[in-house]
Design a protein around this ligand. Structure first.
Ligand code: AMP
Ligand code: MG
Length: 497
């Protein structure tokens, strides 16, 4: 599909969105109906074929001018009644009061029960001082990373496309506007609950919790305390999400409670980063001077955020002990899930009698992470080389990554002993599907952004195609799976987007 191709004929295969009442059924206390603000001269930047398929859109329609106008916010999709929702939240540990969709506009919920949002489609009643816009650079990053995470099997909101406009947008420098069309079963955040709890609007709080239970966590309805069951289910999903992030080396950068999905999805891509060298204390957000959202703090911060959610749900849960009990599984689910992911990366294939190895595998992983940190080893390259080494038996290219060769040799001995208990063939197979060749490193996004800024969208399209199959070899883009170049360290990613 090439949405940039102007020669494409207009298609009559207009999608039937089958709009559902969805979030809008909650009523006016939860949102404001409004129209996106049009942009001048919209153009296509990129579109994702798998995302289009998920939404049941034909490539022909997606390439049409009607789609371009719709996904730049210039023309409403038939039957859509757009809205911006209100939420609040804790930002950098402090209560921030009312926030809300300041630049995201919900077009509606489709027949597939997917909410579609335009991000950067103009001001809303919740824009506060903001302009309601998103710049091309950050829109490309959100688009690419949403689809990359999905392809990695990490829960995330998805992105259908990016459109651009020459409309100037003031950030540190003057940039241009873009709109990301994103979708998810729900964009409800912890902050939505905090909003109504903080205002003592208990009927609305209950309606929101009931909506979330009925639509996304129906199993909680039968529990003795459905709201405590909801809290526990969200805690467990969040724990799984954090295990994914830590295992793949993903740093979110702005884990405020308004950026925490009630479905345990990665949401609101801002100054995120995939680690290059393994630095546990890495801070990817240049505005995060205290390092609150440093890589190794993420699991703890998620737990802190769940506490905020628990507090917001207290009027419904009522009993404090019950709420604490609902939060408790977070730590075990996280630990078990993280261990399972790291074992898979190491090719320690799970077998029936495997539980007896849990403790020693935990120690093996801890020690490895310590060695990676001490030698500042490239995280993704390490796992790729380790996989190749297990496949061919030559560990020299892995050893070369370490300054502390003795430390590595000692670890390798213990690992080799443990590895012989897994069948070699199945170990490599698991490693190949657990260690991505391609992650959206900062400099790769930057290459796509720079080319796009000059009107060349081919790098972005190629990068998207590679990231859609991150475990495969893409010989024509082998360099994208290697070390970050020298200049990558000078890329500064702030909150500004
Ligand atoms: P974030 O942490 O970037 O997800 O955003 C925090 C809050 O600021 C949310 O309520 C956003 O909707 C709002 N916001 C961020 N950027 C803008 C903008 N350019 N215009 C209006 N609101 C914005
Ligand atoms: Mg946000």
């Amino acid at each position: 599909m090439n949405p940039n191709d102007p020669a494409r004929p207009e298609s009559t295969s207009r999608p039937d969105w089958g709009w559902q009442p969805g979030f809008a059924a909650l009523g006016p206390a939860f949102f404001t109906h409004l129209q996106p603000t049009p942009v001048p001269a919209p153009y296509w930047v990129a579109a994702s074929t798998p995302a289009a398929q998920a939404l049941g859109l034909t490539p022909e329609w997606l390439a049409s001018d009607e789609a371009l106008q719709a996904f730049s916010g210039n023309q409403l999709l038939a039957g859509s009644q757009p809205l911006a929702s209100v939420y609040s939240g804790h930002q950098f540990g402090l209560w921030a009061g009312q926030l809300g969709d300041g630049r995201a506009i919900l077009l509606g919920e489709t027949a597939q029960k997917l909410e579609i949002q335009l991000k950067g489609a103009g001001r809303t009643p919740y824009s506060r001082g903001g302009d309601g816009r998103a710049v091309l650079r950050s829109s490309i990053r959100e688009f690419l990373c949403s689809e990359a995470m999905h392809a990695l099997g990490i829960p995330t909101t998805r992105a259908l496309c990016v459109t651009g406009s020459p409309q100037p947008v003031q950030r540190e420098t003057m940039e241009t506007a873009a709109v990301v069309t994103r979708f998810a079963p729900s964009f409800i955040r912890f902050g939505h609950f905090e909003h109504f709890a903080a205002r003592d609007q208990i009927p609305e709080l209950r309606a929101l919790a009931d909506h979330v239970i009925d639509h996304y966590y129906p199993a909680c309805r039968g529990a003795k305390n459905p709201y405590a069951a909801l809290l526990q289910a969200v805690s467990e999903r969040t724990a799984e999400l954090l295990a994914h992030w830590q295992a793949v080396g993903f740093c979110h950068g702005v884990m405020n409670t308004d950026n925490m999905s009630i479905l345990g999805l990665t949401i609101d891509y801002g100054p995120f980063q995939f680690l290059d060298t393994f630095d546990p204390g890495h801070i990817c957000n240049h505005s995060d001077t205290q390092g609150r959202y440093a890589f190794n703090r993420q699991p703890q911060v998620a737990y802190w955020n769940l506490f905020c959610l628990a507090q917001a749900l207290m009027p419904l849960i009522e009993d404090q002990e019950t709420a604490l009990a609902a939060l408790a599984p977070y730590k075990t689910v996280y630990a078990v899930s993280f261990l399972a992911r790291m074992r898979a990366k190491l090719g320690l294939v799970h077998r029936q009698d495997d539980t007896r190895h849990s403790e020693s595998d935990g120690a093996l992983i801890e020690e490895l992470l310590g060695l990676l940190a001490a030698s500042r080893v490239d995280y993704t390259v390490f796992w790729l080389r380790l996989t190749d080494a297990v496949a061919c038996g030559d560990f020299t290219p892995v050893r070369d990554l370490f300054l502390d060769r003795e430390g590595w040799d000692g670890w390798l001995l213990a690992y080799s002993e443990r590895l012989v208990q897994s069948e070699a063939g199945s170990a490599v197979a698991v490693m190949r599907t657990s260690n991505p060749r391609y992650v959206l490193r900062n400099h790769l996004g930057e290459l796509a952004i720079r080319a796009a800024g000059a009107g060349d969208f081919s790098v972005l399209q190629q990068l998207l195609q590679v990231l859609e199959r991150p475990y495969d070899t893409h010989p024509e883009h082998a360099q994208w799976s290697g070390f970050a170049p020298e200049w990558a360290s000078s890329i500064a990613i702030s909150c500004s987007s």
